[in-house]
Design a protein around this ligand. Structure first.
Ligand code: ADP
Ligand code: MG
Length: 458
């Protein structure tokens, strides 16, 4: 099944180096991506962390290099300094098949001056974060007019961190005729439009779906109608999933159940078509950044949403078809993680299990009386979202907020979660234990030299 690297027609020196590195077989993303990238095609690849992306783009760009030409021929953009360092280290290992390939990392946290000095000595490949690359471009210490291959690694994370405008500016300084390889673990609409904007007739490869198929644990509980509500609470208190989507059949049931769970002390929010757009957007944002643990929704309301990485899907009401069931539970176990799908059914609904059996679904039936609840205290999400009264229109950027929170407010970066900049507002997730400090401080601290109104969501 697995393919060896020597099926790709590489020179002996490349094969020898790969085997020295212990790379005997291609990983699935390498197998899918390498033949296309080696042909010079643009590729969009859906791949998670640890799948071997670096070699998937690294080998083609290394083979393309003209070592005697000291101009920058490849640029790899990464979301963080740590990832850029990792990529550069991995590329340096892959580059051992040839002498004198120079790979430079350009990230923040190091004085620009030292980097300028290295740039003067020339580099074939630059790996860096968008902010610092842009800075070198504007200082004319870096030129990208000879770039032949551009790699956007972990593009969804770069987008989450608000780097998109920087990336656009960087790309504007590169030749139009180039190869662009884009890697992302998820594919929200924004990533799709970026691909259209920066790539040319790109080919799509994805290896994630196949891998995650069997990782969803499916549990069924038979309950009488009047026990169902109690069974749900018992399940939540026992398993305590950090994130769960709870499916109901109607809008009315969605609002009743979400209110009820909220009253009980859980971080639950309802999602249905009658809500104002802003409320919907804010609920989804809070769910995605870990400030709301439970989203109660109808199938219709959840359709087309890119809600990723959900720990648990709960079918509070049975789906109307096997197809909808598969669609619902597919929201968990993304990105190679394990997922859990729990379904409550009433005795008269048993034939549905037979249908699932015929569709080759593997599930376990348990009794709700077997659920052991040790801790009866409802739990809250780990983060809280602060909303700041300034967004894209005010030129607010994720880095401005991150900078203010770490440097001026003195918060550790580890308690700051996702930052999202919308048109008029910005949203930042803060660890629950630190949110009061952040809230008080932001109300009296200037961001970009101005005071903005800040409030807690929910
Ligand atoms: P990603 O960027 O997708 O997170 P990396 O490119 O950093 O993943 O690779 C993850 C790890 O797997 C690295 O330690 C790398 O050396 C190793 N690796 C990559 N490709 C192979 C392969 N074909 N065989 C064995 N190990 C590999
Ligand atoms: Mg990587």
């Amino acid at each position: 099944m697995k393919k060896k690297f020597d099926t790709l027609g590489f020179d002996a020196s490349m094969i020898k180096n790969l085997s020295d590195l212990g790379y005997a077989y291609m990983t699935p993303i390498q197998e899918a991506c390498l033949p296309l990238a080696l042909e010079g095609r643009d590729v969009v690849a859906k791949a998670k962390t640890g799948s071997g992306k670096t070699a998937a783009f690294g080998i083609p760009l290394l083979l393309r290099l003209h070592v005697r030409n000291m101009r920058v021929q490849s640029l790899v953009l990464c979301p963080t300094r740590e990832l850029a360092e990792q990529v550069a280290n991995e590329l340096r290992k892959l580059a051992r098949f040839k002498h004198n390939i120079k790979i430079l990392t350009l990230c923040g946290g190091v004085p620009c001056r030292a980097q300028r000095f290295s740039l003067e000595h020339g580099a074939h490949i630059v790996v860096g974060t968008p902010g610092r690359i842009l800075q070198h471009l504007s200082e004319k210490s870096l030129f990208l007019d000879s770039v032949e291959t551009l790699v956007l690694d972990e593009a969804d994370r770069m987008l989450d961190m608000g780097f998109f405008e920087d990336i656009e500016k960087i790309i504007a300084q590169m030749p139009k005729k180039r190869q662009t390889l884009l890697f992302s673990a998820t594919f929200p609409q924004e990533i799709k439009s970026i691909c259209e904007q920066v790539q040319n007739d790109a080919l799509h490869v994805s290896v994630e779906e196949i891998e995650s198929e069997n990782k969803i644990e499916q549990i069924f509980y038979e309950v009488e109608r009047e026990e169902k509500r109690q069974a749900l609470s018992a399940f939540l208190l026992s398993y305590r999933p950090k994130s769960a989507i709870i499916f109901c059949r109607t809008k009315l049931q969605v609002s009743e159940l979400s209110d009820d769970l909220y009253q009980e002390g859980f971080d639950a929010m309802g999602l249905h078509g009658d809500l104002e757009q802003l409320d919907r957007d804010e609920s989804l944002l809070q769910f995605a950044n870990g400030s709301i643990g439970m989203l109660v929704a109808t199938d219709l309301a959840s359709r087309g949403l890119d809600i990723k990485d959900v720990e648990c899907v709960i079918n509070y009401d049975l789906p109307q078809s096997v197809e909808i069931y598969i669609h619902r539970i597919g929201r968990t176990a993304r990105m190679g993680k394990e997922g859990l799908a729990v379904t409550f059914y009433e005795p008269f609904q048993k034939p549905f299990l037979q249908e699932l059996n015929e569709a080759n679904m593997l599930f376990t039936c348990k009794k709700f009386s077997e659920i052991v609840v040790e801790n009866t205290e409802p739990y809250l999400a780990q983060m809280v979202t602060l909303c700041i009264d300034a967004g894209k229109k005010m030129k607010m950027r994720a880095g401005d907020i991150l900078g203010t929170l770490t440097k001026d407010v003195g918060l550790d970066a580890s308690c700051i979660g996702k930052i999202y900049i919308a048109e008029k507002y910005s949203y930042v997730a803060i660890g629950r234990d630190f949110v009061d400090k952040a809230f008080d401080a932001l109300n009296s601290t200037k961001i970009k030299g101005r005071n903005f109104r800040v409030w807690k969501l929910q």
